[in-house]
Design a protein around this ligand. Structure first.
Ligand code: CA2
Length: 144
């Protein structure tokens, strides 16, 4: 059966392409989903792209990734990256590998973005490449 990769997106990422394009680019989340589906087809995997503004949904989806036996999770947890011990606990509670993704490079931004709880549990981080961060992360996930 074809391997599935979850692509989970956190708060405010539904606004991608509509606000702050100087930071996050002008590509919408739907367009990123389309780019991921195209690349996934070439890589022989399938993607399931989701977004929520609610921390608990992201926790539930991480548990679902384990229960469904998905190959890997790409996680752009948005600002929860920097605040959420619940997400770190969820990542640590599953054996599914999680790859952290960011459009911007948080290390080059405000100091409150420098710490990542997600990064404490993730196997890898891809950041600072705009929408391309997701593609590079998908390629890494498919190769796991
Ligand atoms: O660079 C990233 O991908 C971030 O995860 C984006 C988060 C930010 O809190 C992280 O530090 C880095 C913010 C996502 C907000 O998305 C928006 C999109 C369009 C307009 C406004 C916000």
């Amino acid at each position: 059966m074809t391997d599935t990769i979850f692509v989970l997106n956190g708060p405010n990422l539904n606004l991608l392409g509509l606000r702050e394009p100087e930071i996050y680019g002008s590509t919408t989340l739907d367009e990123i989903a389309g780019m991921l589906e195209d690349r996934a087809r070439d890589l022989g995997v399938q993607v399931d792209v989701r977004q929520s503004n609610h921390e608990g949904h992201l926790v539930d989806w991480l548990h679902e990734a384990q229960a469904d036996g998905v190959k890997a999770v790409l996680l752009n947890a948005g600002a929860y990256t920097h605040t959420s011990i619940a997400l770190l606990d969820a990542i640590r509670s599953i054996t599914t590998p999680v790859i952290e993704v960011h459009l911007s490079d948080p290390a080059k931004r405000e100091s409150f973005r420098h710490h990542s709880f997600v990064g404490m549990g993730a196997v890898k981080c891809v950041q600072g490449l705009g929408a391309q961060s997701y593609i590079v992360a998908l390629e890494a996930a498919a190769a796991l």
